[in-house]
Design a protein around this ligand. Structure first.
Ligand code: GDP
Ligand code: IMO
Ligand code: MG
Length: 427
């Protein structure tokens, strides 16, 4: 049985958590393959609302095995906090598996994330402050701490000593902070090692064997295409590979086993943190989208920047990820707007760009070229079939589909599980 990938098409918070939940019992394994607790996925089931950060959204589906893959960076305190939070609400988390090769977020990297942002001043990225960037930097620098290191105290101490040789200097001499103590850091990292042990395994092997048995593996991205460290709006990105290619390296599943890539796109565009955003609205329409879509970060509570739907971005997401299906979320949020501009290309200093400009400066200077579609006023949150949508809403979906270049298989019309219109079943 093949593996399926879910990615974000824009700058995150497209509704990936809800889409994973939608597939629910159709899948046997749900794997988080990148990022860490910078992510925030909201899933609404009946009266209950869950905000997941480090745990894959599949943890909410009974019978599904949630997996944290090797590409993830793990804050162990946050992991247990989340596990305890779900257990107290009656969710069984005992099936969780954690890769022995995943990297661990040490306290000094949380500190470094925050002080580096302060140091950057107006050039800051607007990170979530969770230590994500410095932990991935350590991984690439080959001074990272992995989950498996927590089970060999001697090795752990040597690795912490090695890392702090450099990072202690950076913290004291550049950022004027106290140097972290080796022993204290080791103690903090070891605090939950015994509790962690039962979850840890070779997750690549586990998933490979599951696929051999014809079981369905869903690889769920954190963040999104334009936050990907290679393909996003660098340097205003996260530090991991959030596109479908990252699903392979972050899980140990080869590309030949993936045959479906589902990209989640919001019916408009949002972004948290700094960086270019051509269709951003700083007027009453932006305020309308923020209020109607309740656009406030699940992780940091920051108001999200809002703008019109941008098909240059969704076309790009299609190409980079190899999208087989789009899920268009939050169509209901657009209800009540008289006229809906959709960006189809950019104007950069008088030159039309139908594709993402290769040069970052050009992207910063891109002015959207819009086509204008009529809006609708009817409440669509109760629609369950495409035919029940008003004509203008159907046209909006069809236009987004034609411009983005892959079929829109599911349409979200509200946050709840059943508030979806399925045009083509995803499985
Ligand atoms: P993720 O990070 O991609 O999982 O997305 P988030 O959970 O951060 O943000 C998406 C928000 O939109 C959540 O509050 C969801 O409950 C909500 N949501 C998802 N799909 C829909 C939809 O179709 N309509 C509405 N109104 N809300 C939705
Ligand atoms: P989900 O999975 C939206 C943004 C941050 C910042 C940049 C770098 O919920 O879609 P980081 O802490 O990762 O170094 O911050 O990336 N960012 C997100 N924005 N959704 C997310 O996750 C994000 N994860 C990181 O706001 O601009
Ligand atoms: Mg989110």
């Amino acid at each position: 049985m093949p593996a399926i990938v879910i990615v974000g098409a824009q700058w995150g918070d497209e509704g990936k958590g809800k889409a994973t939940d939608h597939l629910g019992s159709e899948v046997d394994y749900v794997v988080k393959f990148n990022g860490g607790n910078n992510a925030g996925h909201t899933v609404v089931i009946g009266e209950e609302k869950y905000a997941l950060h480090l745990l894959p959204s599949g943890i909410l589906t009974p019978g599904t095995t949630p997996v944290i893959g090797n590409g993830v960076v793990v804050d162990i305190d946050v992991l247990f906090h989340e596990i305890e939070g779900l257990e107290s609400r009656g969710i069984d988390t005992s099936r969780l598996k954690l890769s022995a090769n995943a990297h661990v977020i040490a306290d000094y990297n949380r500190t470094l994330d925050k002080v580096a942002e302060r140091f950057l001043g107006s050039r800051k990225i607007g990170t979530t402050g969770r230590g994500i960037g410095p932990t991935y930097a350590d991984k690439m620098n080959r001074i990272g701490i992995r989950v498996q290191d927590l089970f060999d105290e001697k090795i752990l101490r040597a690795k912490v000593e090695g890392a702090l040789e450099l990072k202690g200097q950076v913290l004291t001499k550049i950022y004027n902070r106290r140097a972290p103590e080796v022993e204290q850091t080791v103690e903090e990292l070891l605090a939950h090692a015994d509790r962690l042990a039962p979850y840890v395994c070779d997750t690549g092997l586990l998933l490979g064997q599951a696929l051999d048995r014809d079981e369905v593996v869903l690889l769920e991205a954190g963040q999104a295409t334009l936050l990907d460290v290679d393909h996003g709006t660098y340097p205003f990105v996260t530090s991991s590979s959030a596109t479908s290619g990252g699903a392979c390296t972050g899980s140990g599943i080869p590309p030949t086993r993936i045959d479906q890539v589902i990209a989640i796109a919001k019916a408009y565009t949002t972004r948290v943190g700094e960086g270019p955003f051509p269709t951003e609205l700083e007027d009453e329409n932006g305020e309308f989208l923020r209020k109607a879509g309740w656009e406030y970060g699940t992780t940091t509570g920051r108001p999200r920047r809002c703008g019109w739907f941008d098909t240059v971005i969704t076309r790009y997401a299609n190409r980079v990820n190899g999208v087989t299906d789009f899920v268009l979320t939050k169509l209901d949020t657009l209800t009540g707007l008289e006229r809906l501009p959709v960006c189809v290309a950019y104007d950069v200093n008088g030159v039309r760009h139908d594709e993402m400009p290769v040069n970052q400066t050009d992207f910063h200077h891109a002015t959207p070229i819009y086509e204008y579609l009529p809006g609708w006023t009817e409440d669509i949150s109760g629609a369950r079939d495409f035919s029940e949508l008003p004509k203008a809403a159907k046209e909006y979906v069809e236009f987004a589909e034609e411009q983005s270049g892959a079929r829109i298989s599911v349409i979200g019309v509200g946050p709840e599980r059943e508030q979806a219109i399925v045009r083509h079943p995803l499985r």
